[in-house]
Design a protein around this ligand. Structure first.
Ligand SMILES: Nc1ncnc2c1ncn2[C@@H]1O[C@H](COP(=O)(O)OP(=O)(O)OP(=O)(O)O)[C@@H](O)[C@H]1O
Ligand SMILES: [Mg+2]
Length: 465
């Protein structure tokens, strides 16, 4: 029930008059209400219908109200309970509320009192249901990963991601730095039948050849100077789970040959060892390089390329999905806000405009860092342009200058400036020239407010009485 007016109510009382009164009151207010004289009858009604609220008399001859509540809650645990009770047993009504009832009413009560309590309960129930619905939605979307974005290019990638999660084919994820390649890989793993097993990522770009070889294939004690003890390679360690070879384009040719052999045979031999050890991994590879060109130039092995690139998924750069910037910025803002103690309420429209105008060479990662930095630095409740990294502000300003000859850009700027000028003046007039108060009401810091005032040559003295 997310609309309180559609609620269904059950009233349980051994006094027939009481039931009659309630029925009348509820029908006057267009609520659907059923009645029961005994606990047993109420339970059987509850088995048949879905009640949002039960109103129970605390003292009844066969089964007392507390027992009825307990049994009703066993049938539907999200049902709300209101007790009605004679003045003498208020103590036990308080006990009942402690035991999980929503509220209680003392007999005799007026019609208005009953309706007031019922409306409050139903509003609460509606909120509770809405909350649960949202949470279920969140859990469902969590299944496809914490991937935020509605742009068609991203959605296209997500459709592929979902498809390949279910089948165990090698996937090559291509995209610029910070576009979410690792997030994609983790999402595939989280939705595959290996989700309970390990997900391991190794960055082929960060290790020199001998170390990378040791990491991937493992070594026996004494295989080389420094091999003081036996080490299992990641192909063995990740067995049963998913292995992500990140930046596979940086893997030296020698290792490419060794990797291909291991993948074809499903066995790995540790350095300095002679035993073939079987492994079972789901392989996901990622790169920011154009592997096809590398194959043409002979710097990436063609046979390995075809082996790892059964399905290719592109993580699109952020500048090609400008529409996602707003959603991502809000997403990072919300998750950062929950970690800090200061009061943060939102991202100002002016800051959002700048975020949306920027090209994001560092993609989603750069956006995330910009938001986290702004949340840390801001002196007001809203993120304002001044809280964004100077490099971003400068780049956007330069871009605007270049494109400001366009009618659209000019019109947009004029509207914003007009709005800012009027807003600053209106707030100052409202506070009779008190800048601190005007800044507070606007959710801006005092220095930010002063900057706006000087931009539009507005002086506070004009507004003093
Ligand atoms: N669509 C998205 N929704 C939410 N968060 C995202 C999204 N895309 C990327 N991120 C976040 O951005 C950051 C960078 O993503 P990730 O590490 O997956 O990128 P990458 O492509 O692997 O980068 P690199 O090439 O630099 O390794 C991470 O914090 C990730 O959670
Ligand atoms: Mg990565």
């Amino acid at each position: 029930m997310t609309d309180p007016s559609l609620a269904r109510i059950l009233v349980i009382d051994d006094e027939k008059d009481m039931l009659e009164t309630c029925r009348k009151i509820f029908s006057l207010h267009s609520y659907k209400a059923d009645t029961a004289e005994r606990g047993e009858a109420a339970l059987s009604l509850c088995q048949q219908h879905h009640y949002d609220l039960a109103i129970i008399d605390l003292k009844m001859p066969d089964m007392d109200g507390m027992e009825v509540m307990k049994r009703l809650l066993q049938i539907r645990k999200d049902q709300l309970i209101i007790f009605i009770t004679a003045f003498a047993s208020v103590e036990s009504a308080i006990q009942a509320v402690r035991g999980g009832a929503f509220d209680f009413l003392r007999k005799p009560f007026k019609m208005d009192e009953l309706i007031l309590v019922v409306e409050r309960a139903l509003r609460f129930k509606a909120l509770q249901d809405e909350n649960q619905r949202l949470q279920r939605g969140l859990q469902e979307s969590f299944q496809v990963g914490k991937i935020v974005g509605k742009s068609p290019v991203l959605q296209e990638a997500l459709i592929k991601l979902r498809k390949v999660s279910e089948v165990e084919i090698p996937v090559l994820i291509c995209g610029e730095s910070g576009t979410g390649k690792e997030l994609f890989a983790r999402t595939i793993h989280a939705n595959s039948r290996r989700r309970e097993k390990m997900f391991l990522a190794v960055d082929c770009a960060s290790l020199p050849e001998p170390l990378l070889e040791g990491e991937l294939f493992g070594y026996e004690k004494g295989a080389f100077t420094g091999a003081v003890q036996t080490k299992r390679g990641l192909l063995e360690v990740a067995s049963g789970g998913t292995l992500m070879l990140d930046e596979i384009g940086e893997m030296p040719l020698n290792l490419q040959v060794k990797l291909l052999r291991a993948l074809q045979e499903g066995c790995v031999r540790r350095l300095g060892g002679d035993q073939e050890r079987p492994f079972d991994i789901r392989l996901l590879c990622a790169t920011h390089r154009d592997l096809e060109t590398m194959v043409n130039h002979g710097s990436f092995r063609e046979d390995l390329y075809y082996r790892i690139n059964v399905v290719r998924i592109d993580a699109p750069p952020l500048r090609e999905r400008q529409g996602d910037v707003h959603l991502l910025a809000t997403h990072f803002f919300e998750s950062f806000r929950s970690k800090v103690s200061k009061r943060l309420e939102g991202i100002s429209a002016a800051a959002l405009l700048i975020l949306e105008s920027y090209d994001w060479p560092g993609n989603v990662r750069e956006l995330r860092h910009a938001i986290e930095r702004a949340c840390t630095l801001t002196e007001s409740t809203h993120i304002v342009p001044e809280d964004l990294p100077p490099s971003i502000l400068a780049a956007v300003e330069e871009k605007e200058t270049v494109t400001s000859s366009s009618d659209f850009a000019r019109a947009k700027r004029e509207i914003i400036e007009d709005f800012e000028r009027k807003y600053v003046a209106r707030m100052l007039s409202h506070t009779a020239g008190n800048v601190t108060e005007a800044a507070r009401l606007s959710g801006l810091s005092r220095p930010a407010y002063h900057r706006l005032m000087s931009k539009y040559q507005i002086t506070s003295s004009t507004f003093k009485n």
